[in-house]
Write a protein of this length. Structure first.
Length: 400
């Protein structure tokens, strides 16, 4: 691995001119400019790895997402994202509407930093370019031939890399080309950006709101952005669940009347990690492509960022040797992410599948639950650590 020649920071755009890519050689090619891909590229470039960051779209590009960066994710990011934060929410409101229960959690630091994903991803791609990565966008990958020198074919030619990182999301083309089966375990979500009148906006301006008891096996949210609201619903059940009907009903219940055109965007969220391996055919999976989404709130940015960091560390420490990289990456995923996802899945079952237990737990000690989940999203505790202590169960079962 060799360090690329230093370049002046690209202050306005990370884009390269679209070069003839034939015989363009890199140590690592990262496909996808979401947080997982950008963080992988930043960490690799800072370690002197010759890395290409590739995306099929022209940046910035719209990305369907609530755009909330929880405190845990913000602490994990390798750069300060303050320039693209449009609103800081130091209050989180967790409501169980079918029980008429509500809990407001407050912290000194932001619980959720609101961004527009197009600007967040663009900012991170620029940071990757400034770290020394070669950003190729728009460059669509049309073919992939794994081997000792992996070949990525594009409309402009081809590039080669010793390793490839698939960071191209829940419907990852690269993962399928490398031999992973298509995913069938993603859940549906519907999100919309809603312009509202000033009085309505002020009702929601300070708080990240999460509402349970709105849709069976799911929840709804309201995130205040710079001057509009991001509102959405999701279900943890796969297949057609009528999200549009639930969203319209939720807007009416909350008194949110659009004051202009509303853009609705449906998408899927992978809430189960891939099975058997995260590395094959000299390809590593990170973020949504690996199914590393936290199932309690279907929050994906935290483990997208963390998996990108772990993948980069494994590549650097493994010296581009696939076997060593695989062992290192799997070991770090098991200790830092997979164990936490297993613990989170238990709470997700309570929230979404075991409705009588959820109602009972929130009625008995909803404040403790709300504050505990907020601590997890702040990065101040983990689900795994909380569930491993019997005293926490006793506190939950006790009236206060």
């Amino acid at each position: 691995m060799s360090r690329r020649a230093a370049r002046a920071p690209q202050r306005h755009s990370p884009h390269q001119e679209r070069p003839a890519l034939t015989a363009a050689a890199f140590d690592v090619a990262v496909v996808g400019t979401g947080p997982a891909g950008c963080v992988t590229a930043i960490q690799l470039a800072r370690s002197g790895v010759r890395v290409a960051l590739v995306d099929k779209a022209t940046l910035p590009r719209y990305k369907t997402c609530g755009g909330g960066v929880v405190g845990r994710a913000r602490r994990l990011l390798p750069v300060d994202i303050a320039p693209v934060v449009v609103r800081e929410c130091r209050h989180a409101e967790i409501n169980v509407l079918d029980q008429d229960l509500g809990f407001v959690c407050e912290r000194d630091r932001p619980i959720v930093s609101m961004t527009m994903r197009s600007e967040l991803d663009y900012f991170l791609a620029r940071a990757a370019a400034e770290a020394g990565a070669t950003v190729l966008a728009p460059t669509e990958i049309r073919g992939f031939r794994p081997g000792k020198a992996c070949v990525l074919e594009t409309a402009d030619g081809s590039l080669t890399a010793s390793l490839v990182v698939a960071a191209d999301g829940a419907t990852s083309f690269v993962s399928r080309a490398a031999g992973w089966p298509a995913r069938h375990d993603s859940i549906p979500a519907l999100e919309c950006e809603i312009p509202v009148d000033p009085a309505t906006f002020q009702r929601f301006a300070r708080t990240a709101r999460f509402d349970f008891g709105v849709i069976p096996h799911g929840y709804a949210w309201v995130f205040p952005k710079e001057a509009h609201l991001s509102v959405g619903v999701l279900s943890t059940r796969r297949g057609p669940v009528g999200l549009k009907v639930y969203l319209e009903r939720y807007l009416a219940q909350r008194g949110i009347a659009p004051a202009g055109d509303v853009a609705r965007h449906g998408y899927v969220i992978p809430v189960r990690p891939v099975t058997r391996t995260f590395v094959r055919n000299r390809t590593l999976l990170v973020g949504d492509a690996a199914g590393l989404v936290e199932p309690v709130a279907a929050e994906g940015i935290s483990f997208a960022v963390l998996s990108g960091r772990l993948a980069a560390d494994a590549i650097v420490q493994g010296g581009l040797d696939e076997s060593r990289v695989r062992d290192l990456y799997h070991a770090s995923l098991r200790s830092d992410i997979l164990a936490e996802l297993r613990a989170a899945r238990l709470l997700a079952r309570v929230l979404y599948d075991w409705t009588p237990l959820r109602r009972w737990a929130f009625r008995i000690n909803g404040r403790l639950l709300a504050e505990g989940v907020t601590d997890v999203y702040m990065g101040e505790r983990t689900y795994r650590g909380s569930l491993s202590r019997p005293l926490n169960y006793l506190r939950l079962l006790s009236r206060r």
